[in-house]
Write a protein that binds this ligand. Structure first.
Ligand code: BEZ
Ligand code: FE
Length: 291
């Protein structure tokens, strides 16, 4: 077919799709339909389209083993949270999910109770103890659940962004005990800006948006027979809870970081002096069986 027009081009492109896999045809045809509809609606100039191509090219070039600018782009456009919402419609009693973000990385396995703050911030930051249980939907403990945690330091930087932090700082992997319990020591995380020195920063700036995320600790919890749970715990009172740059906040994940000045509790949790006492139980969803 030749001499295609503005009117028939979309149909002709769609008719060319011929995968043996139905899902592939569905994905690519919907992509073409929505992309063509976007272009028809927007009517970009050639200069604007060249800018868009350059923006995506730079997004790729900005990505590396330790930086994922495409995930960040998906996050700030609200796409990551939309994918998350569609894939976790179970609702009910299970812990709510939120974005993974670009800062998950290799971590050490620790004994229960270890302090994941291994750099200068361990003496500078505010001591925090996080403890609770991993439960199933019937409130029964899940033993042997693997909890991968990661967070920023007290000035809002992750180890993989900051050469001054030791490797695998403020991240760690713990395995729950027979009663489903876990605990670890850390410092209180700080709010921080998503990386703004790349194309995503340019987009935020051009659209008059701030780049801040409210302070939080990430959790990725896995156990045999359960769906993986990727979530955060946020700090109550943070000024960015209502304007998170990546739209990831859920009320049920906001926790009171309670100041605990009880010397007996400090001794029990192996900290010196007052500390933030953070208690939370996570509830896992049973693994979906394929029908
Ligand atoms: C994070 O919480 O680590 C994060 C999530 C999305 C974008 C940037 C950072
Ligand atoms: Fe984070």
């Amino acid at each position: 077919m030749r001499n295609l027009t503005e009117e028939n081009l979309t149909e002709v492109v769609l008719a060319r799709l011929n995968s043996e896999d139905d899902r592939t045809n569905e994905i690519v045809s919907k992509l073409i339909k929505h992309l063509h509809a976007f272009i028809r609606d927007l009517e970009p100039t050639e200069k604007e389209w060249a800018y868009a191509i350059d923006f995506l090219t730079r997004t790729g070039h900005t990505s590396s083993d330790t930086r994922q600018e495409f995930i960040l782009l998906s996050d700030v456009l609200g796409v990551s949270m939309l994918v998350d919402a569609i894939n976790h419609r179970h609702g009910g009693q299970t812990t709510e999910t939120t974005v993974t973000g670009p800062f998950h990385a290799k971590a050490r396995h620790y004994e229960m109770g270890a302090n994941i703050a291994t750099g200068e911030e361990a003496s500078r930051g505010e001591p925090t103890v996080v403890h609770g249980k991993i439960l199933d939907e019937n409130q029964r403990p899940v033993a042997g659940a693997v909890i991968d945690v990661w967070q920023s330091d007290d000035i809002g930087a992750y180890d993989i962004q900051d050469k001054n932090q030791p490797e695998m700082n403020l991240r760690g992997i713990f395995t729950t005990q027979e009663d489903g319990s876990f605990w670890f020591r850390t410092i209180k995380p700080a709010p921080y800006p998503v990386p703004t020195d790349g194309p995503v920063g340019e987009l935020l700036n051009a659209t008059g948006r701030h780049p801040m995320r409210p302070a939080h600790i990430h959790f990725w919890i896995e156990a045999d027979g359960y769906e993986p749970l990727i979530t955060h715990l946020f700090v109550e009172g943070d000024e960015y809870l209502d304007s998170d740059a990546v739209f990831g906040v859920k009320e049920s994940l906001i926790l009171d970081f309670k100041q605990n000045e009880n010397p007996g509790d400090a001794k029990k949790w192996q900290v010196t002096g007052p500390f933030y006492d953070v208690q939370h139980d996570f509830v896992l969803a049973q693994k979906k069986t394929l029908s």
